[in-house]
Design a protein around this ligand. Structure first.
Ligand code: UT7
Length: 374
């Protein structure tokens, strides 16, 4: 029997702090008019000390579960696509697993820059379709503001923080993820990178002084690459799903620059109103931009059950990809009381985590005491 990976829950989380273009005018030589005209961005969200990539991811994940009757302990897999992980290791996904109490889940991060959410969604969908697992949380989460050089006007204006999460579940009837295209071209790796802090260039006083631990970008080249691949990947993925462009109800593009999305619309000969656009309020949130744009489009009634969507993105690597997705009817309406109980589960998950840590300390202490020679 064929299995299908349906989208059954989704959620987003953004920090409260809004950073406007006018505020960025105080930091670098730029102005509100230029930023709006060249990117479409008016403001973005910036995480304060209390938020990290893992905390935003966990909030988005809990909100994705809130709309369903799935419990965190029933999740089989968590993938966090991120370009600003909490640490090099442990994975941000493992921290999310602990924070939401997904006790039975395997968890790992996926690094494919802004295309990461599409790649992760496809990996999770394929695992569900193969029958090897049944429920997966796919999360895109970023605190890129911590990796931006706030003295570089080419990047400081672009990026923002936030997270979005999708819950995929296996079903025996058609729907959900239909086709995917995944591509990369490492020869363009130098166009958008964080050069230092890895094995090639470990962090040193010199790398810190030269700000090589922060985002470096050749904006013009990335722009040229993006306008080329957005339309071609969309065409390819639609054909793979056996659809035509006319069948697409809404395109959810990576929100990197409004002009890139307009160019894609022109290239595909689709009206701009067939594209979800919220870059004006969030800037480029990298892996989080597609799920955030989807959550808002659904909230605004721009998409509903039965719709066929294209998710399309590009990013550092270079990477690019697109995925088609059919939305299906929710199988059950969740009551307001049930929605609220997820915060109870979040608190219980934290408590469970603390108890496990204490238990591990005690165990280790007892083990050492016993191992001591008489
Ligand atoms: O997720 C993927 C992440 N990255 C991207 O998607 C980035 C894609 N690239 C872009 O979005 C655009 O290339 C930028 C928004 C980064 C830059 O816009 P642009 O239209 O490509 O500008 P440009 O680099 O070609 O520069 C045009 C002019 C230059 O001045 P001159 O040399 O013509 O006198 C720049 O110095 O605009 C100047 N400029 C600025 N002026 C005011 C560049 N950045 C700024 C700025 N404010 N922030």
């Amino acid at each position: 029997m064929s299995r299908y990976a349906h989208l059954t829950g989704w959620g987003m989380a953004v920090p409260d702090r809004v950073l406007t273009n006018h505020e960025i005018e105080q930091m670098v030589d730029t102005n509100d008019e230029w930023i709006i005209a060249r990117t479409g961005i008016r403001e973005r969200r910036i995480a304060d000390k209390s938020d990290t990539t893992a905390s935003l991811a966990a909030k988005a994940a809990l909100r994705a579960l809130q709309g369903t009757d799935v419990k965190a302990r029933e999740i089989d897999l968590i993938i966090v696509a991120t370009s600003s992980p909490e640490h090099i290791f442990p994975s941000t996904a493992s921290l999310v697993q602990d924070r939401i109490g997904a006790t039975e889940a395997g968890a790992f991060d996926l690094s494919a820059a802004c295309t990461g959410f599409i790649f992760a969604l496809n990996m999770a969908a394929q695992a569900i379709r193969s029958g090897s697992l049944n429920r997966a949380l796919v999360i895109g989460s970023e605190t890129l503001s911590r990796m931006v050089n706030w003295e570089d006007r080419g990047t400081a204006i672009l990026f923002g923080d936030g997270a979005g999460a999708f819950l995929l579940e296996g079903r025996d009837w058609p729907g959900g993820v239909m086709s995917c295209v995944m591509r990369s071209d490492g020869s363009g790796g130098d166009l958008l990178s964080v050069p230092a802090g890895g094995s090639f260039m470990p962090t040193s006083l010199e790398t810190l002084q030269k700000k090589l631990h922060l985002i470096q970008m050749d904006g013009r080249e990335v722009f040229r690459f993006a306008t080329r691949v957005m339309a071609s990947a969309t065409r390819e993925v639609v054909e793979l799903a056996g659809m035509s462009l006319e069948d697409v109800d809404l395109v959810i593009p990576h929100q990197a620059n409004k002009r890139i999305i307009e160019a894609a619309a022109r290239g595909l000969k689709l009206p701009l109103d067939r594209f979800a656009l919220n870059i004006d309020r969030y800037g480029n949130t990298s892996t989080a931009s597609i799920p955030i744009a989807f959550c808002e489009a659904f909230e605004q009634g721009r998409t509903r059950a039965g719709d066929r969507l294209v998710l399309v993105g590009f990013g550092a690597g270079l990477t690019w990809g697109a995925l088609t997705l059919q939305l299906t009817e929710p199988e059950r309406v969740v009551t307001p009381v049930e929605r609220r109980r997820w915060w109870v589960f979040a608190v219980l998950a934290r408590l469970r985590s603390v108890l496990r840590r204490v238990g591990r300390r005690l165990e280790s202490w007892i083990f050492r005491a016993r191992a001591k020679p008489e």
